[in-house]
Design a protein around this ligand. Structure first.
Ligand code: ADP
Ligand code: MG
Length: 321
């Protein structure tokens, strides 16, 4: 698309800040980018859009939005065990606001730099605030983790902790003061890139938790034609979440809340030691929270004493499993 003069100014501003990468033959500035794939690697591509008021609160700081827009895409690559390399950015902005763009890029490029991801192109248009990113990563042929590879008898694992982002959203919606540690996890999720790569060759199936553990685990079960049993009391919780929520409220945030961007993966029991070593290596905690069953399409959720658990009715939590 052609851009108005002020949008050209924005692109020029953005271009000045973008870091180079040896395999970017041609980056921002021409009609398209040219990227050099290393021999013997497959290209992995992910795209996610964030719309104001739908995927993030309207008052989200531009830098946090920049971080998150890239983070959710790197999280998808992580769940495939891919190594991120490049990204593109489509920005729809209500006004050509240089200060807003500078803030956005602070967050976006901070995360890009940490993962050595080059921004190689995009599009800038006028419209309601919306950010769409594609992320491109590399993986060895047949080295990717899929949703379809879970097997009955596998353990179900989770990296990090669950429920923090949903806890922050809950506090935001009810008008309570938002715990800063929870808000941080909502605004600045950590894509588990190193963990995903470390799991290649060890884990069976993998997915990143964006819609809520039970909903995302249901995708794995559907794709793998298996079922699962989850111990809701085994779900890892942060200190901040434990302090802010208890009982069924906390369980619901953890099991169905979403926006966690942790990895949920399955692996045979014989891989337990290998997984613990791999996760120690990349400094990411991982917790066993259940097992894959041959009960096709059914996810049984139980409490620590073995009783069936269903999330409380009503409220904002959409129980999708
Ligand atoms: P065209 O009309 O040929 O699509 P544009 O004016 O849209 O050209 O873009 C000019 C250059 O700037 C292209 O290389 C494009 O990839 C890049 N670009 C535009 N917007 C962005 C953006 N938001 N982020 C990164 N690169 C961008
Ligand atoms: Mg264009």
């Amino acid at each position: 698309m052609s851009a108005s003069p002020s949008e050209f100014d924005l692109i020029a501003r953005l271009r000045r800040r973008v870091a180079a990468r040896a395999d970017v033959v041609l980056g921002i500035g021409d009609d398209a980018a040219i990227l050099r794939l290393p021999p013997g690697r497959d290209l992995v591509v992910a795209m996610d859009t964030l719309n104001a008021g739908v995927h993030f609160p309207e008052d989200t700081a531009p830098a946090d939005l920049g971080w998150k827009a890239l983070a959710v895409n790197l999280s998808d690559l992580a769940a495939m065990a891919a190594t991120p390399a490049w990204c593109t950015l489509s920005l729809s902005l209500p006004a050509a606001d240089a200060a807003w763009l500078d803030g956005f890029l602070d967050g976006f490029l901070d995360l890009a730099m940490r993962h050595e991801v080059a921004l190689v192109g995009g599009d800038t248009t006028r419209g309601p605030l919306s950010v769409c990113v594609t992320a491109h990563g590399l993986v060895a042929p047949r080295g990717a983790l899929s949703r379809a590879a879970a097997r009955a008898g596998d353990d179900v694992w989770i990296t990090g902790t669950l429920g923090d982002a949903a806890g922050a959203l809950r506090q935001w919606r009810t008008g309570e003061p938002i715990d800063p540690a929870l808000r941080m996890r909502l605004d600045r999720p950590t894509p588990r890139v190193a963990a995903g790569r470390a799991l290649a060759g060890i884990a069976h199936a993998c997915i990143d938790v964006s819609d809520g553990l039970l909903a995302d685990l249901a995708h794995v079960c559907r794709a793998s034609r298996v079922g699962a049993r989850v111990d809701v009391d085994a779900l890892p919780a942060s200190v901040a979440l434990r302090a802010a929520f208890e009982g069924d409220a906390r369980r619901a945030l953890q099991a169905a809340g979403g926006d966690d961007y942790e990895l949920c993966f399955t692996a045979p029991k014989t891989a337990r030691l290998a997984i613990e070593a791999a996760m120690l290596d990349c400094d990411v905690p991982a917790t066993r929270v259940g097992a894959i069953t041959d009960d096709d399409g059914r996810i049984a959720v139980v409490t620590s004493d073995g009783a069936a658990w269903t999330p409380p009715h009503g409220g904002y939590v959409h129980f999708a499993a």
